[in-house]
Design a protein around this ligand. Sequence first.
Ligand code: FAD
Ligand code: NAG
Ligand code: NAG
Ligand code: NAG
Ligand code: NAG
Length: 491
Amino acid sequence: MSVMLLFALAIAGIFGQIGSHATPAGPSACSNITSHLGSSKVVNSELNLKYINSTEYYNTLQDAYKPSCIVYPKSSQDVSVALQAIRAADSRFAIKAGGHNPNTFYSSVDDGVLIDLSSLNAKSYDPDTTLATYGPGGTFGDLYDYFVRYGRTVVGARLAGVGTGLALGGGMSYLSPQYGMACDSFRELEIVLPDGEIVTASNTSNPDLFFASRGGGGNAYGVVTKYTVQSRPAGQFFAGNIIYAFQEKDTVLEAISNFIQYNNDPKASIIGTYEKLPTPDLNLNLDEAIIMFLVYDGQDSGSAFANFTSIPYLINTLNIKTYPDVANMPIPYSTEISRGANIFRVGVHRADTDEYRTAVDKWRDWGESNKGKYLLLSLDFQPVPKSLTDASKAQGGNAMQMPDGPWFWLNYLITTPPLMSGPDYDAVQSSFRDMVASTTNAEGLPLFINDASHDQNPLSTFSTYAKLQEIKKKYDPDNFFADRTGGWSFA
Ligand SMILES: Cc1cc2nc3c(=O)[nH]c(=O)nc-3n(C[C@H](O)[C@H](O)[C@H](O)COP(=O)(O)OP(=O)(O)OC[C@H]3O[C@@H](n4cnc5c(N)ncnc54)[C@H](O)[C@@H]3O)c2cc1C
Ligand SMILES: *[C@@H]1O[C@H](CO)[C@@H](O)[C@H](O)[C@H]1NC(C)=O
Ligand SMILES: *[C@@H]1O[C@H](CO)[C@@H](O)[C@H](O)[C@H]1NC(C)=O
Ligand SMILES: *[C@@H]1O[C@H](CO)[C@@H](O)[C@H](O)[C@H]1NC(C)=O
Ligand SMILES: *[C@@H]1O[C@H](CO)[C@@H](O)[C@H](O)[C@H]1NC(C)=O
């Protein structure tokens, strides 16, 4: 073979390679974004500390995904440029705020562009209007620390480490019995639409988009780059955890049930959590416990928690706390410490039925017969009192159009061991799903987006589903978000 021919083949090979292996969509979007925004706002290397930090999730199964690059927008214009470049390259992408949604590809992406909103973290407070503004970056703990200097707070997560995506899924707060869900306090949102246009959503501007963004889920109608919300007073709280031995399970359940049905002081708020660890039982009851979170907005809780304090307990940390301290119950950094192979599922029940008793029994039986297949099981009672649904209505209602309380959500968490094989993992998840599904949900009540698993299709349980589908079609007309990133199904 002549040298010339070899050269010819080599050159053809090179060109052929360029022709047949065009730069893949992710890297191509990344280089376009870098050329528009500059290299300081884009990280490409998997070894970069910022890259490693941004690919950490509450559900650590997502930590393994390798985005082509990570973009850190500093303005809504930057978000707009990034979305348009992603669209032009036909790349996959994900939008990440706090990274706590356990569903894969909701805020994570493999081979595509990860938009990390952490640099969009401006905050302000206007004492004349008592309105607060914040960007989607940072955690609710950051927001509580900031606004408390004005004696104010915003309605948000119960745990400091959770991100602002919480409010787009509704957002259940200790303050919700007084002020409604986190999204009910929205007054105006700045949103970058899927086509890159930057718009305002409020009661008077794009009211349909404003409606859908109040609890109709993140990652669906655009990227929220600024929240303007009604702030709330943050004074002294009487709050803490009470831990009971599991043998008190029926007594505590009775107290939770009574609280859900009869408490009529909106300043009193609880979560009841039943916990199960993988350790052998040994009849010592060390493998299970009940942890109550009790929070009163004010120094004197009156008799609101008497039904809980009168049950024999192991630990009681009730005392006077600031709001930032309330968000660090039971211990600071709990959302970071509890990172793992975490999956949520959710149920919804009316207060005047017995479903919760059978739910707890089924959950416990499942835990007993599946020892070794989980590191932690947690079952959380989240009351939705009438005062909450009234407060929501008084502010125009949200995307759930929540029927009158009292009712409650049951949140199920499973943490599986880190090194489970694929088939073992799938088997335990499907068995867990069946256990949850064996307790029938109440008719006509919405499943909570923030605690739902992807396959539970929570939007379809909303009475507003048809309206949300139309809004989705209007703002994402060519299915750019629907096809290119994860998120709740509108189909
Ligand atoms: C430890 C823990 C405690 C929790 N406590 C509560 C609680 O007290 N109350 C409650 O209601 N829920 C709670 N949740 C559930 C929580 O609300 C959801 O997991 C929520 O998705 C977390 O938001 P994030 O910003 O941290 O997560 P992310 O996964 O970053 O965001 C959630 C979703 O919203 C999208 N999104 C985020 N920001 C934007 C934006 N600006 N524009 C468009 N889309 C966006 C993301 O793409 C993603 O799909 C808790 C979860 C955990 C893990
Ligand atoms: C890591 O990410 C968190 C949350 O997004 C942020 O608060 C922190 O400053 C980041 N750390 C580094 C080193 O980037
Ligand atoms: C690069 O991104 C811009 C928007 O930011 C877009 O208009 C343009 O078409 C993109 N170019 C390519 C080659 O994809
Ligand atoms: C406490 O329990 C009793 C029933 O034992 C009930 O009547 C009362 O309303 C409950 N109070 C609260 C605040 O839960
Ligand atoms: C928004 O409009 C609804 C009616 O469409 C109204 O009930 C609600 O009070 C308004 N909210 C605010 C904050 O103005």
